[in-house]
Design a binder for this molecule. Sequence first.
Ligand code: GDP
Ligand code: MG
Length: 751
Amino acid sequence: MIRLISRRFYSSHPQSKLRNIGVIAHVDAGKTTVTERFLYLAGAIQNPGHVDKGTTVTDFLDIERERGSWKGGGASNQRSFSGITVQSAAVNLDWNGHRINLIDTPGHVDFRGLSSGAHLHHHFFKVEVERCVRVLDGIVVVIDGSAGVQPQTLTVWDQSSKFKLPAHFFINKLDKKEANFERSVDSIEQKLGVKAVKTVVPLDDGVLDVLKGRHLKMDGEWSHVATGTREYDALLEAKSDLCYSISDHSQNFMTMFLDENEGDPEKMSVEKIKEVLRELTISSKIATVSCGSAIRNLHCVQPILNSVVDFFPSPDLRNHEFQQVFHDDLSGLVFKITHDKRRGQLSYIRIYTGRLQNNSNVFNTSQMTSEGPLKVFTPYADELKSVDHVDQGNIAVVSGLENTVTGDTVMGSAASADRAFETLKSLDHSVDLLQTKTSHEGRSVVFSGIESPDAVFFCCIEPPSNRQQQQFNRALEELTQEDPSMKIRFDRDTGQTIVETQGELHLEAIKDRLKRNYKLDVFIGKLQVAYREMLTEELTHEARVEDGLSEKKRPEFVQLTLRLEPTKTHVPFKKIELDLPQTAKPTRLDWQKAINEGCSNALQNGPLASYPVHAVRVVITECIVSGGKINPALLSACAQKCVTEALAKGEMVLTEPVMSIQIDVRSDEPTQPILNELTRRRAQFEHSDAHSSTEYRRISATLPLSETENLSKTVRTLTSGFGDISVQFSGYQHVPDHEKNSILQRRMGGF
Ligand code: GDP
Ligand code: MG
């Protein structure tokens, strides 16, 4: 059981003293252990929790905490969740006068025991990761020193490099006899293309902290290295190494080191070295590296915290461009949503500019709606503290955002959103990760960078009993809000509820949450590839419905003319567009909403095989109604009829999701068997050896999702276990005719 010793009240730190970081690692590399050590060293928890006993604070998801218990054998009865009110997605700690916000980054989800290959895993994981990495100002990467860089780390790294995040690497598990520090550092440089600069190196069975001139024995504490000792010689050598590494990236430093100080490391000031390391880290030119064994000696994680404070940027350093656009107006990004029994929906917001005040209203610029009043909290371990406000650079947790989904942008008001739009438009350059947005509801600015890729798998999902239908519906609605990458729709042919997901692991996580948080042991059908239907030509159709049940002499009617146009981007339908003559009255918002709903319903089930129709614009060109008062249900019914009829007469094609894959094979392994296997699976090869090195060769290809079954397992067999494979969604392609026929036949056979 964890107790919090310091129930400190929220104290505000100036932005320069804030660090927003995440920790990433391949499963089992030691992320949780390292994080617990952080909290303990910073005085935030009394005992460092033990993953193998299931007592850790930061295994934010119960699923992860339980996994620890399983491994601990009989330890499962030690689990106690009684004190836990909220699963926090962020914790904070104070270090050297700085506040470090540690944001949960799904560095991994355990997928052992699942039959799916790693490829499904990567796919699901990508969305989760991007959502969280987006709001960080730096990342700590924990690497298993006996394995080097592993596939999941590679994937997360690729995503974070999109956000140009400064990093620090910690090589863990040096106590294991297979561990190899130098090889692990090489794998960072080789596989991630990072210039790694060693600031803490192994010495005997301990480590040497070059910047602090101190030594840590495996079972001891830090001690100063005195001149004249054997450790001192090692220290000088490591410092010399460090100075040469830095010189590779800074001309000024090189001059100072080699010319002014004759290459003598003893003469180089540590302050100067740190100053340059900070510059180089912030500009992502290098990443510092430390090492140790988190489980054997908790003190070895200290240099990680020092690096975060000394070398990572404060939020204001990374946000000054946002400042130009928003000035002191509130702007923030909702990066995570959870539902808590007591407090209801909780939204985690990274505040980029301005101040979020308790009890205030905000404007959601992604949806163009006002929300509030909000209750504002700040996270601390598994607690939330009520606060008066949260300022720019920090993380706020709020309740009261009812319609917001993960990934939405919030601002102070519609007026400030409009102002930000003007400012961003007037700048002579674009701002990374910011986009303008115009709709008939107004103009705004949104933070981009969290894209939910299409859910590429689907299956039917049913509540355990009819009695629980209502609870089931609410649960699905809440989950979709937390995780917009899952979608719920209804299949007209079978009358079933369909959940669309990123893959087996994603589905497993959804199922698990339904069970844990809602006590719903749902039935789930077979996972299938989510084919789509696509219209190939533009067409216009007119439909009319009358209220047949009306007693009135002149029954209400609606007549709509809609134009359906194929779009280039293969995305699901969102909203209808208007193209009405000037003389026509602007259609009311609630009418549009009803028409939208009708179109959405029709497009959920295409004419070929009831797969959703994608890549289509729907434009209203005429809307005739019997009078000013019209039942919205009639509009909806008319729109649905019109779209359904239009699709039925249109030329449709079936499309399938395509994945892009990279396989890294050791250079001494033959690649032909893999190439043959991929060809058999309808792969198209891409020519790219950008990532190839002397040690690895990379094969890049795209292939249909339906052909990826057991791919990673097969690849591993073909490469005697050394092939690393990573898979991302790449887009859609037309299904060839012979494939199409067999798909349609299977489909008609039912689920
Ligand atoms: P995570 O999956 O990355 O969160 O890793 P955990 O912190 O849960 O650790 C995974 C396993 O590795 C656990 O059994 C830990 O006890 C073990 N472990 C963590 N750090 C070390 C270390 O420094 N040396 C060794 N030998 N084992 C470690
Ligand atoms: Mg863990």
